[in-house]
Structures are given as C-alpha cells and as structure tokens.
Write a protein that binds this ligand. Structure first.
Ligand SMILES: Cc1cc2nc3c(=O)[nH]c(=O)nc-3n(C[C@H](O)[C@H](O)[C@H](O)COP(=O)(O)OP(=O)(O)OC[C@H]3O[C@@H](n4cnc5c(N)ncnc54)[C@H](O)[C@@H]3O)c2cc1C
Length: 422
C-alpha cells in the first residue's frame, strides 16, 4: 500500500449525482477524488431528461458539450392518459426536454470532471471505510493496485442498487419496470405514454438508434402464472396497448431487463461526515421523467451543506437541517404530484395498481421511527393541503366590482393620501 493521498472530499459513484458533486466541489476550490466501480461507457436507466435539466447543466458548465453531443431534443409526445384517445403534445407546450444515451451522457459528465482536475479511480471499489480523528480513510482497489485515500468528507452517490431494504423507507407503491430497445423500421418518432389496466408504458426514440420501451407495473403483474419470461411478458403488455401495439412484433436489440422503480427515502441519508447524494439519498416515481434532474438538483443543495460543514465544523447542525429539509421537500412534493397525476388517468381506478397510487400515502413507519420519517409525513401532509387548496381555489370567489376599481383609482390619484402613506 502506498502513502495516503489527501482530499477534502471523496465521492463514491460517478453517475449524474457523483459527477455533479465533483464538478461543483472543484469549482469551490476543494481537492476531490471520484471512485467509480464500472468502466465507462455503461448503460443506465433514466434517459428522458426533463426540461429543468438545462439550468443545472448550465450551472455546472457542461450545457454546451451536452448540446453538441447529438442527443434528441424537442420530441413531440403522444399521450393516452387523461383521455382514451391519444393526445398530441408539441414540444413548445412542455419545454425543451432531452432524450439521451446514458452511456454517453454519463461519460461526458465524467470527462468534464476529470478535465477540471478531479482525481479519478476507475474501475475501483472501496474495500474498507473507517473514520478516526475527524478524517475518513478509504482503502480502495484500483485495477491491480490498492491505494489509501484520506478525506474530510465522503459523498456516497452509488445509486439505487447499493441501498439495503432496511435503509429505504418506501414513499410510493412498489413498482417494477421492464426495459428494452426495439429496433427495425416504422418505429414511432415521438415519445409515447399510455396508461393501461395494470400499469403504464413509456417509449421514446433513442439517440443511438432504435426505440426505448419501459413498462411499469406492480409486483402482482410479474407474478402472474402465465409469465414464462420477461420478453413474453413485455410483448403481452405491448400487444394490449394502443400506442405500442406495432412494437409487440419488433426485434429487441437487448435482453429485457427488470428492475425496481419504487420511490423511497434513505433513513441514513446524512451521517456525520458521510453524505448520500442522488438516488442514494432518495428516489422518485419515474412517472415524471425527472429523476436525473432531481438527483442533480438535490446534489447541488447537498454541496451547499457540505461546503458549510467544511468551512465551519460548528455549523454541522445547521448544515444537516438544511440538507434534510431539502431532501424531504423534494420527496414529499414529488410524491403528491405523482399521486395527483395517477388520479388523472382515464382508467378503471379501482384496479389494484391504480388504487395503490391514488390513495393518500399511509404512514407505514412503526413507533420506533422518528426524526426523518416523521418529518417526511408532516411535509407530505402539508403539501397535500397546499395542492388541495390550489385545486379548490375559486378565482371568482371575490369578484372585483366597478366600485373597487373606482376606489383604487381614487387612492392612486389622491395626493394627500399618497403623501400620508409615503
Ligand atoms: C426504470 C427506471 C426508469 C427511469 N427513468 C427515468 C427517466 O426517464 N428520466 C429520469 O430523469 N430519470 C429516470 N430514472 C431515474 C434515474 O435513473 C436516476 O435518477 C439517476 O440515474 C440517478 O443518478 P445517480 O447518480 O444518483 O445514480 P446512478 O445513475 O445509479 O449512478 C450510480 C453510480 O455509482 C456507481 N456505483 C455503485 N456502487 C458503487 C460502489 N460500491 N463503488 C463505486 N461505484 C459504485 C455505479 O456504477 C454508477 O455509475 C429512472 C429510474 C428507473 C429505475
């Protein structure tokens, strides 16, 4: 083992959250190392990026490189959700989103971090992590070598897969996703979204060719006795749909992959000196296609907390509270938005899939749960009340009359009144 290498922050995981933290931390003048276990490029879920991604990319200085990368912008959408008849939504009606190839998108972010001076260990894995004297020591295996990194802060941006079931508190119904890439001729040229009896399907043209398909369902759908393999299951869902029917016979260029897509918050997101970022901290329902945006936006907020902590160890409580508040607000706001959007689907809402997503979130924590989980439920209830008020607010409840206008006019032109109130 060589001499320790010293950093202000070591970030484990180089997805959008890890790279975003690395870029922001070097801009703030810190010495930063990034440890990523997979060689890049590597595939990833989450390729449809919401319009809000642009101001984040701009802020961390990668927007021009992303704009030049040949990803797909401004796709129109064909949607069967609020009506059984497909609705066409033009790009101008929902902002300029982006359909990326995550293998290339993540590599682009990583290259930018390296170019700005972040030390990269890839492929590398952490063998041991311990803390002493206010510093963290990470033994890492980097290729054939072992190195020792010493740091003041550890960021964990290892994504959804690295979370244990104990850590994840679900804030949405259990959701599974099937994903593949269809290839061939006559593929749709727009994003397609369709609500079905027991789930929903999303698809979009892929920048590297083909058409990405993802179907979302509850676990019961995958447990059905007639399911022989994932490909047959996915084709059975496609054939029953309006927008995806023609794709049921298409060739799949990748094996159909299944993964969990349940929304959660990580009970241990903040530990002293060890901070979770992106999907390591919380995950949202994929319905809004804004997971990457949320992961990066929250990372920027987490870096504010980390910067406060590194500058003034006495402000640790303030930094933690800021971090946790941002996390809970983001998770609660999204959980309420998701519920309301599921409730708009013109589908039999008594089916178990739809019921589980449209009823208010129940508090499934036990009596020993306090702190973060209790605060999440308070934030969720507050957001529910806020949204309900917005829905029921009647703009004509207090109509403005001619007499009101005359009174306002008099006030505006009354010199004495104005002098008195200056
Ligand atoms: C089915 C599905 C569909 C989705 N669709 C969308 C969508 O359309 N739009 C959208 O915006 N979002 C979508 N998302 C969400 C999106 O995938 C995530 O929000 C995003 O990838 C989170 O980024 P991240 O950096 O936190 O984690 P990740 O992208 O998962 O990156 C984590 C990185 O950490 C590395 N790593 C893991 N463990 C270790 C370790 N021990 N040591 C070193 N490195 C490690 C991994 O190799 C990886 O590179 C979807 C998610 C799912 C599950």
């Amino acid at each position: 083992m060589t001499q320790p290498q010293h950093y202000d922050a070591v970030i484990v995981g180089a997805g959008p959250a890890g790279c975003c933290a690395a870029l922001r931390m070097v801009d703030l003048g810190y010495r930063v190392a990034l440890v990523e276990r997979s060689p890049f490029p590597r595939p990833r879920f989450g390729e449809s990026l919401s319009p809000g991604i642009w101001n984040i990319l701009d802020y961390i200085g990668v927007a021009p490189a992303v704009a030049k990368a040949g990803f797909l912008r401004d796709l129109p959408a064909r949607v069967c959700w609020e009506t059984a008849e497909p609705q066409l939504i033009l790009p101008g009606q929902r902002g300029s989103g982006l359909m990326v190839d995550r293998a290339r998108f993540d590599t682009l972010l990583l290259d930018a971090a390296r170019a700005r001076g972040v030390s990269l260990f890839q492929p590398a894995s952490v063998i041991r992590l311990d803390c002493g004297d206010g510093h963290w020591r990470l033994d890492i295996r980097h290729g054939a070598n072992e190195c020792l990194l010493q740091t003041r802060l550890v960021f964990e941006a290892t994504g959804r897969a690295a979370r244990s079931t104990r850590q994840c508190y679900p804030v949405g119904a259990e959701t599974l996703a099937l994903s593949t890439l269809a290839v061939g001729t006559d593929l749709p040229i727009e994003t397609c979204i369709e609500a079905q009896a027991d789930g929903w399907i999303w698809g979009a043209p892929h920048p590297s060719g083909g058409f990405r398909i993802q179907a979302f369902m509850g676990p019961a759908t995958l447990r059905e006795p007639d399911v022989r393999d994932l490909s047959t299951r996915l084709r059975a869902l496609l054939v029953r749909s309006q927008l995806f029917k023609a794709l049921a016979e298409a060739r799949f260029d990748e094996p159909v992959r299944a993964c969990r897509a349940t929304a959660y918050i990580n009970r241990d997101a903040w530990q002293p000196g060890r901070i979770q970022l992106g999907e390591a901290a919380f995950a949202i329902d994929p319905l809004s296609s804004s997971g990457v945006e949320k992961a990066m936006r929250f990372t920027l907020q987490a870096v504010i907390a980390a910067n406060t902590l590194l500058k003034d160890a006495g402000a640790a409580t303030m930094a933690r509270d800021f971090y946790q508040d941002r996390l809970l607000q983001a998770a609660a706001t999204h959980a309420v938005w998701t519920r309301n959007y599921y409730a708009k689907a013109s589908i039999d809402q008594d089916r178990p899939f739809w019921q589980a997503r449209t009823l208010p979130l129940s508090n499934s924590s036990d009596a020993s749960e306090y702190g973060l989980i209790a605060r999440f439920h308070t934030a969720y209830a507050a957001r529910e009340r806020y949204e309900a008020k917005k829905l029921t607010f009647d703009v004509n409840a207090e109509p403005v009359t001619d007499a009101d206008i005359a009174a306002i006019w008099r006030i505006c032109h009354d010199k004495k009144y104005q002098q008195k109130n200056q």
